[in-house]
Design a protein around this ligand. Structure first.
Ligand code: ZN
Ligand code: MN
Length: 253
């Protein structure tokens, strides 16, 4: 079995994998952000890396080191910037980091690049970074897939994970999906004895500046994680591995 992590192989082996074998390279993008009292600050980057690792293992791909800081946490989907530990980038910094990283992979001879986003707030800045890079590197022949991993869950899986109804991905911050997936990939980092009992957040249909922090549950968890189980995490992880690997095989042909 080939090593999957780019930072664990030499440049010589890496060069062979991307130039001779045309290995797809997965770039996980996360955040350093509060995830309640029961999950670690690195949850978004850890999950994006784990999901990328599953898919890469199925398509003889490589996983690059994650971009571990993301765009600013928003109250309605990540709790907001008032939490200690949440450590975020200005949009221009994230855009520039993505642009520079994509440009480097193109220079290496990577032809298939897959950005795996694990932090809701990053999406449009990843799009912009990719777009700016493509202006410079299109002649290299690189092609890029960008995805939010949660978009791959099937309705059948969501019905199984949320028998009482799905609250939506924004409110799923540090809740059933992320907690279940962490129980599967990194059980040693989950503190189930610390699960908060805040009621689900109830936000008005507008944003307000400075943030009305009283609208955000003090634990930082936006809907209950009580339904999280390791078994649900395993179901979701295996679905993501299968469907993302299939998408990569199809899209780059
Ligand atoms: Zn998260
Ligand atoms: Mn996040």
């Amino acid at each position: 079995m080939n090593e999957v992590h780019m930072d664990r192989i030499s440049w010589v082996e890496y060069q062979g994998r991307v130039r001779e074998e045309a290995a797809p390279v997965f770039l996980p993008v996360g955040a350093t952000e509060q995830h309640g009292p029961h999950l670690p600050l690195g949850t978004d980057a850890l999950l994006a890396t784990a999901v990328a690792g599953g898919a890469a293992g199925s398509v003889a791909g490589l996983v690059a080191p994650a971009l571990a800081y993301g765009f600013k946490s928003q109250p309605k989907c990540g709790g907001g910037q008032h939490f200690v530990g949440t450590t975020s980038l200005d949009a221009a910094t994230l855009i520039g980091t993505v642009r520079d990283t994509v440009r480097e992979f193109a220079r290496h001879g990577v032809k298939k690049l897959v950005l795996v986003n694990g932090h809701y707030e990053n999406q449009w800045f990843l799009i912009e970074g990719i777009d700016l890079a493509m202006r410079e590197v299109q002649a290299s022949g690189i092609e890029i897939m960008r995805l939010e991993y949660w978009d791959f869950f099937t309705p059948a899986t969501l019905a199984r994970v949320f028998p009482d109804g799905f609250p939506g991905y924004a409110l799923e911050h540090a809740a059933v999906i992320e907690t279940s997936m962490m129980l599967h990939y990194h059980p040693d980092l989950v503190r189930l004895d610390q699960l908060p009992d805040d009621p689900p957040a109830d936000f008005p249909p507008y944003d307000f500046y400075p943030t009305r922090t009283q609208l955000v549950p003090p634990s930082g968890v936006l809907s209950s994680a009580r339904g999280a189980t390791r078994e649900k995490g395993e179901v979701m992880a295996s679905e993501l591995t299968r469907l993302i690997a299939a998408a990569v095989r199809d899209a780059f042909d």
